[in-house]
Unconditional design. Structure first.
Length: 276
């Protein structure tokens, strides 16, 4: 009998949705106020979509004019060249942002579910376009083909492994998230602060020590052909994104049962404006 990963009972998925996952998801939606919603839309649509598309157009129109001339016969030049690709990506991000904003305090759990699903799909398009962009700077045809095969394999692996993980979560014994993921979920703010501090120190080092800029240029120049490989490896993050999406689905499907399990009041769980 075929096991449908979307038809698990509450008893089957009860251990898969931790209290920290539920509360962190709710708090994310609660903080999605007007200013944050606008900043989110500007960053992910303005910069992550249309500015990103503009960069690809600029690169395509200047393939042979840079310091290092690129292959004008690159077969990836016409791939995803239509602006409609970015319109679709932007629309997905917009739906995610509006869901979090609209359902904030009206039904936080529903907002979490829609947000995670649509943002995951948008990120899939973003990573795919990033691979196209990375391939534009690879001059060797055979190397581009090798990366293309690796990229397809990485996506096939991600979807297969995500499906297997979901089946194991619903029908098997692997219910809980890993200890590392749980720790990261609980300490996300601290980790983000540390990464921001490292970024600031890196920028200050470049400003103070001009030699660092020359070294960075040399390193980047030597690694530029490996950019598509970095995207292939980064695509493995979808194992996490897909896991979050499926857990959000079951959190929404059995939202009141999880609320009762964790002992959270309706007003805090759903929001002050929630109407059954």
């Amino acid at each position: 009998m075929k096991q449908n990963i979307f038809k698990g009972s509450f008893s089957q998925v009860e251990g898969a949705v931790s209290e920290s996952f539920a509360k962190n998801s709710i708090n994310m939606v609660k903080r999605f106020k007007t200013i944050k919603a606008i900043a989110f839309i500007v960053f992910f649509i303005g910069l992550g979509s249309y500015a990103y598309y503009g960069l690809s157009v600029f690169m395509i129109n200047n393939m042979d004019r840079g310091t290092i001339p690129l292959d004008v016969n690159n077969e990836f030049i016409p791939v995803f060249s239509s602006i409609w690709y970015m319109h679709i990506q932007a629309m997905l991000v917009l739906v995610a942002a509006l869901a979090a904003y609209i359902y904030r305090e009206k039904n936080n759990i529903k907002g979490v579910f829609i947000y995670n699903v649509f943002l995951t799909i948008a990120m899939l398009l973003f990573f795919t376009f990033s691979f196209k962009l990375a391939q534009l700077i690879v001059n060797n045809f055979y190397l581009r083909m090798t990366y293309t095969i690796l990229f397809v394999i990485s996506y096939l692996y991600v979807f297969f492994r995500s499906y297997q993980n979901a089946k194991e979560m619903v029908y098997g014994t692997k219910k809980k998230r890993s200890e590392f993921v749980e720790w990261f979920s609980q300490n996300r703010k601290n980790v983000t602060s540390i990464l921001f501090g490292v970024g600031v120190l890196y920028y200050l080092t470049k400003v103070i020590f001009s030699e660092a800029n020359d070294l960075e240029t040399k390193i980047m120049g030597s690694l530029i052909d490996f950019a598509p490989l970095a995207v292939c490896l980064a695509s493995l993050l979808f194992l996490y994104f897909n896991s979050v999406a499926i857990r959000s689905y079951y959190l929404y499907k059995y939202m009141d049962k999880f609320r009762q399990k964790f002992g959270v009041a309706e007003a805090e769980w759903y929001g002050q404006k929630y109407k059954p």
